[in-house]
Design a protein around this ligand. Structure first.
Ligand code: TXA
Ligand code: MG
Length: 352
């Protein structure tokens, strides 16, 4: 097997002189125990030195996140896996080779010496190399692992722009790097490799089919999520507005329901719902499943800014990243995992 792409000598990210200087500044802040808003291809992260307990504590304080929730450690070179994990199975190297840098997080057995604050006291560790030039430059210049949960307050929508991070965390961060809008727009796929099987804990841009094609290993059914996987709890990814997910044919009926309750309501969908009253704002997701993923959190945020009490959301198609998008919208609606029934939908095989 040839050396995994990410373990060859680091490719220098292509950055302007100014961006490189910003990355240098961010690396210096991290080295002195600070916390930084960091762009990645999925969502913005809130970064700290993963080996510095005080810096990691600042992440939890800024996010107001319970301290037993584990964090993802971000790396820049696949060889760093061995610094953080032990008993690394062959499939982990295969997945790193195939998808890093990229939107895939691997859960492995932790190495000794990893802070309990990072793992939430569990025996496992979450690792990923992000695919964003600015993030990679910070990681390379910093040199070691960077802990980075999504840069939102606990239980809120993940930020997909630097402005969202400032809106969420304000002065609690020492610096926010602006790397533009996130190219994927929802969080990485999380794959648990600790049990000998390959299990998806959180769906994302890398699908079960991608994983199987890269490894030849079928994806095992997910285990019921524990309380320490906040990304898998219903209250996550939720705007302040109440979200109702429906089939395209039920949009008007659902809008009407909220109107009779006296609630302000908007519609989140890819296609403009015909006969939508002009007084009802349309939150357009755009065309194509990848564009819908890029837009979804931005639009949910806009709904909150507009002061909407409710959002009627049409579930995107279950293709590619659409599976993860449907998961996030169901959770925003408080419907939990993929097995719950949606107004106007019969549960399909793909939904179970
Ligand atoms: O795309 C992403 O993954 C973004 C960017 C910034 O990299 N990060 C992100 O981090 O979404 P966070 O902390 O918001 O979500 C990570 C999820 C959480 O649900 C956490 O519980 C889970 O990963 N997690 C972390 N370590 C874990 C572990 N050892 N075992 C199981 N789940 C873990
Ligand atoms: Mg998060």
């Amino acid at each position: 097997m040839t050396a995994p792409a990410a373990s060859r000598p680091d490719k220098r990210p292509v950055l302007s002189t100014r961006q490189f200087a910003e990355a240098t500044q961010a690396a210096a802040i991290l080295a002195s125990g600070g916390i930084v808003g960091l762009p990645t291809e999925t969502v913005y992260g809130l970064a700290a030195d993963a080996s510095n307990p005080q810096a990691v504590a600042r992440i939890f304080a800024a996010k107001q996140r319970p301290t037993d929730h584990p964090l993802i450690v971000h790396l820049h070179n696949v060889n760093q896996i061995s610094d953080w994990a032990s008993e690394i199975p062959r499939v982990a190297w295969q997945l790193a080779e195939a998808f890093w840098p990229g939107p895939l997080t691997l859960i492995l057995r932790r190495a000794s010496g990893v802070l309990d604050a990072i793992t939430g006291g569990q025996e496992s560790i979450a690792l990923r190399i992000p695919r964003h030039e600015l993030a990679l430059s910070v990681l390379q210049q910093f040199g070691r692992g960077i802990a980075a949960p999504s840069a939102n307050r606990y239980g809120r929508i993940s930020p997909t722009s630097a402005e969202h991070v400032r809106e969420e965390l304000g002065d609690a961060v020492d610096l926010v790097l602006d790397g533009g809008a996130c190219s994927i727009g929802i969080e990485s796929t999380i794959v648990d490799l600790c049990s000998g099987a390959l299990r998806i804990l959180r769906p994302g841009a890398i699908t079960a089919e991608h994983l199987r094609a890269a490894t030849g290993v079928a994806v095992a059914p997910a285990m019921p999520a524990g309380p320490r996987s906040p990304g898998t709890s219903n209250s996550h990814y939720a705007p302040s507005a109440r979200v109702s997910v429906v089939s395209p044919t039920h949009v008007l009926k659902e809008v009407e329901k909220f109107h009779t309750m006296g609630w302000s309501v908007g519609v989140l969908s890819s296609i403009y719902p015909s006969d939508l009253p002009t007084s009802v704002p349309w939150l357009s997701l755009g065309f194509g499943i990848n564009e819908q993923a890029r837009q979804v959190y931005r639009r949910l945020r806009e709904a909150d800014h507009m002061g909407l009490a409710a959002i009627v959301a049409v579930l995107p198609e279950d293709i590619g990243i659409g599976h993860a998008l449907r998961d996030r919208l169901r959770r925003a609606a408080g419907l939990g995992d993929l097995s719950t029934t949606i107004v106007g939908y019969r549960p399909s095989a793909a939904d179970s």
